[in-house]
Design a protein around this ligand. Structure first.
Ligand code: SF4
Length: 526
């Protein structure tokens, strides 16, 4: 089997050598493992490609090397275009010493040199945070281009910049207006830094060439790189569950924010679960971790009854459970929206008129291309009673969206801000205690270990809803809701549209059902 180092697996290798090796040798793994790798790759490349395709419009006259042809054909076509003096090539493909790169945009200058543009779907604001990653990405391309006798004059990194759309426009219309499209992109010249990084890249490539050819999987230890900002590595279940049998809740959950090495040390000595910790180990924990460990081991729910009574005494009727679903369009479509601004396309609302009444359900879904915000606002104002108290989970999100809607529709600002001011956050009592959050730390559940997302809290508070968010072929999280919404916008078949709508409405409705379910369980404590 041909084994090539690509930009993508090179970056994975920087994160973890084993991840690199697994990606290069993925065909030898079982089906589950293969699908884990392929799914992640597909999701990532799709996001990048969309912006990549939009950005191609900044370079008129360009010709693209197709994706669905063989590697050899891609390289051959690139060489033919270069020979024919093609001034702009998209996805030009080069190889050197089994390192394969596809260059987003290659532009020929009049002096025979080339400018290279690497397109990123991230915003320029995150440039500093991601710069090291970008330099690796561009550096490996620069090296292969040099070995192919391509003289690079300028190497630009193209990211999205903040720009506000002045009128409703489709992506197609924006792409046809180059002056406008330019305003959504920023090009940063990284040539000097890329040239300086070449020795480092060469060294890393030499090391990866050796790992690539090794028949044996690297014996890399698990580490903090397995889960970065709650994003699990694509091989997480292979390394953690299959190879090491680490349970869903383990010693690593107790140490997750700090002290990973200590957790690893305990694990390597045979302690996998929190209730396997000995007294000596518990005594060495920080006060917060010790509290979580003791709650977990004693399987004890700790409730501050006085503060819980105070929280529940503020519950009045009519009482609403409310949730928005939003999508962040990289390039906005609607007037007044800026790059990556969230667009609310759906809400779910349950209303209890009294303590023993049956909830009335209301919902909204903008299942059409045009801007649905005005209709959403009108329905929201019509459905939410003027004197209602509104429960949400993590109120800063709903309040943020309401503020943006008030900015969009100044003549409805008063009503929208009334809704904004009537919100209370049902997640607060489950948050780890903090002096800054009045109702934090009221209920401490042993299995939550300080986590308080609604998907974690619901099954612990109401075991009958344990699998509520695990709907086969349904929408199970916010990302899937966004994907479903995008599918709905392009789907023409009425039956398929109806199925997508059902899934979206079910998912959003689940969040509001969960709010009342958790509230009922809280009330049962007193
Ligand atoms: S789960 Fe961790 S150890 Fe395994 S491949 Fe990924 S980063 Fe490497």
């Amino acid at each position: 089997m041909d084994k090539f180092i690509t930009k993508s697996n090179f970056k994975k290798g920087i994160r973890c050598e084993k991840l690199f090796w697994l990606n290069i040798n993925k065909y030898s793994f079982d089906d589950q493992m293969q699908s884990e790798i392929f799914d992640t790759d597909n999701a990532h490349s799709k996001m990048g490609t969309d912006i990549g395709m939009i950005a191609q419009n900044l370079f008129p006259g360009g010709i693209e090397i197709p994706f669905n042809i063989s590697r050899e054909k891609k390289i051959q076509m690139t060489q033919e275009f270069l020979k024919n003096d093609q001034s702009v090539i998209f996805e030009a493909t080069f190889e050197f010493d089994r390192v394969l790169v596809r260059v987003d945009v290659l532009v020929k200058n009049t002096d025979g040199s080339f400018d290279v543009y690497e397109i990123k779907s991230s915003k320029i604001n995150s440039f500093d945070e991601r710069k090291d990653d970008y330099l690796l990405d561009c550096g490996i391309q620069h090296l292969v281009l040099k070995e192919n006798n391509i003289k690079v004059k300028n190497f630009f990194l193209t990211c999205l910049s903040d720009h506000t759309l002045e009128k409703d426009m489709s992506i197609k219309e924006i792409c046809n207006d180059i002056d406008l499209l330019q305003k959504f992109f920023t090009h940063t010249n990284l040539t000097e830094e890329i040239v300086l990084s070449q020795d480092d890249i060469k060294k890393r490539l030499e090391s990866f060439q050796k790992i690539k050819e090794d028949e044996n999987e690297p014996s890399t230890e698990i580490g903090t790189y397995c889960k970065i900002k709650d994003q699990k590595c694509e091989c997480y279940s292979y390394c953690w569950k299959k190879q090491r049998s680490i349970p869903d809740q383990s010693i690593f959950d107790l140490y997750k924010n700090q002290g990973f090495d200590k957790a690893l040390d305990l694990f390597n000595k045979g302690t996998k679960e929190i209730n396997q910790l000995c007294d000596e180990d518990i005594a060495k924990l920080t006060p917060t971790k010790r509290k979580y460990a003791e709650l977990y081991i004693n399987n004890e729910v700790k409730v501050d009854y006085e503060r819980l009574k105070d929280f529940l005494s503020r519950i009045t009727f009519p009482l609403c459970a409310f949730d928005f679903e939003t999508i962040n369009y990289a390039i906005p479509k609607y007037k007044g929206m800026k790059t990556y601004q969230r667009y609310p396309f759906q809400f779910s609302l349950d209303i209890l008129s009294g303590p023993h009444s049956v909830p009335a359900h209301y919902e909204f879904l903008a299942d059409y291309e045009e801007d649905g915000r005005s209709r959403l606002i009108d329905q929201l104002i019509e459905n939410i009673p003027a004197n209602a108290l509104i429960l949400t989970w993590n109120k800063s999100f709903e309040q943020g969206v309401l503020k943006e809607l008030a900015f969009f529709s100044p003549n409805k600002k008063e009503e929208l801000m009334r809704i904004h001011d009537s919100i209370i956050d049902l997640s607060d009592p489950f948050r780890p205690y903090s002096q800054k959050i009045k109702d934090s730390g009221i209920i401490q559940q042993p299995k939550l270990l300080g986590q308080y997302s609604i998907k974690k809290v619901l099954p612990v508070m109401d075991p009958s809803m344990h699998d509520a968010y695990k709907v086969e072929e349904g929408v199970n999280n916010g990302t899937e809701a966004m994907q479903g919404y995008l599918e709905l916008l392009v789907e023409k078949n009425p039956e398929k549209r109806s199925k997508i709508k059902q899934k979206l409405l079910h998912y959003c409705g689940l969040d509001t059902e969960a709010l009342f379910s958790i509230l009922r369980k809280m009330q049962s404590f007193i």
